[in-house]
Design a protein around this ligand. Structure first.
Ligand SMILES: [Zn+2]
Ligand SMILES: [Zn+2]
Length: 316
């Protein structure tokens, strides 16, 4: 499924099977999770996609010698810039991203740099493993950046939040979920996944929060979340794109509250999280769709009609 120009639906194309270059591995795609970032790429909200582009960066595939590998968003980093040298390859100046500047997994075949592929834990089948590769990984990185917060708010309860909630509960944290106002189904889902309270993003939680992670791409949630924080608390913006953050009184930031973003992932994050997930154990709530329905899947995500994670399967 190919993006030919941003703002247009993906089109089904018959492409030659890609060839693995030096250091790369050819994978038969078994499943590819749908991420909000895919939506930002397709809608033209992210600069510089390769065109035409095969989106998708939560890829579970099989190599010709039978290994099962995961292909995440960070597809390549230079290894030489000051960020790479400092172990912060997620910030690499020359990073390439799967399904953005490299072809991704909305396809039957994908090639990937083997050094950036991840081992998929055996406890998961292909489709249930796919959302771990970004929703899980980026969520985990965001959770780490939230520090040791005991009372954790999650704004936007979708693919990432349902995984983070399970990890957070396992770590002994208390989870407060914020959904679209009036979305009763999403609230029930959040409580099922371990949230002790679930309400609309326009509501105040029953007590102050020590940290909040924003998964919804709405800038107005930054001051909203700051308002819900106790002194010293942190707001972590987990998305790659967000609408403008409105001006807010300094008072909301005062008392050592902070706002920060989380960008991409490192391979260390990947290994750590994929080792942790089966021990929690994280259970991913998924719905699979045939690859040819990629546009429907994106539309469901855009309009908030997805529970847990949507996963595209080429052989459905
Ligand atoms: Zn670099
Ligand atoms: Zn993603």
């Amino acid at each position: 499924m190919v993006l030919e120009a941003p703002g247009r639906p993906l089109v089904e194309r018959e492409l030659p099977t890609p060839e693995a270059g030096p250091g790369q591995v050819l994978l038969r795609v078994r499943a590819c999770g749908v991420c909000r970032t895919d939506l930002h790429v397709v809608d033209g909200e992210l600069e510089g996609p390769k065109l035409p582009l095969v989106p998708g960066h939560q890829v579970v595939g099989r190599s010709p010698d039978g290994r099962r590998l995961g292909v995440p968003w960070l597809g390549w980093a230079c290894g030489e810039c000051r960020y790479c040298a400092a172990g912060r390859e997620n910030l690499c100046d020359r990073a390439r991203f799967t399904g953005h500047t490299l072809d991704g997994g909305y396809a039957e075949w994908v090639v990937a740099d083997e050094r950036f592929c991840l081992q998929v834990p055996a406890a998961y089948d292909d489709a249930h493993a796919a959302p771990l590769l970004c929703a899980g990984l980026i969520g985990y990185r965001a959770l780490r950046l939230a520090g040791d917060a005991e009372r954790l708010g999650l704004y936007g309860f979708g693919s990432s939040a349902h995984i983070v909630a399970q990890v957070a509960r396992r770590q002994g944290r208390r989870v407060f979920a914020f959904t679209r106002p009036g979305d009763e189904e999403a609230r029930a889902f959040a409580r099922q996944q371990g949230a002790e309270w679930a309400g609309g993003s326009d509501e105040r939680p029953p007590e102050e929060l020590d940290a909040a992670i924003l998964f919804a791409p709405a800038g107005e949630l930054v001051p909203t979340a700051l308002r819900a924080l106790a002194k010293g608390g942190t707001v972590v913006a987990a998305g790659i794109h967000m609408s403008d953050v409105p001006a807010f009184p300094y008072e909301l930031l005062w008392n050592e509250r902070s706002v920060r973003s989380v960008a991409n992932l490192t391979r260390v994050d990947g290994r750590e999280f994929l080792e942790l997930a089966p021990r929690v154990p994280v259970r991913t709530e998924i719905e699979t769709l045939p690859l040819a329905q990629a546009n429907e899947a994106l539309e469901r995500l855009r309009s908030g009609r997805a529970r847990g994670s949507l996963v595209l399967v080429p052989d459905a």
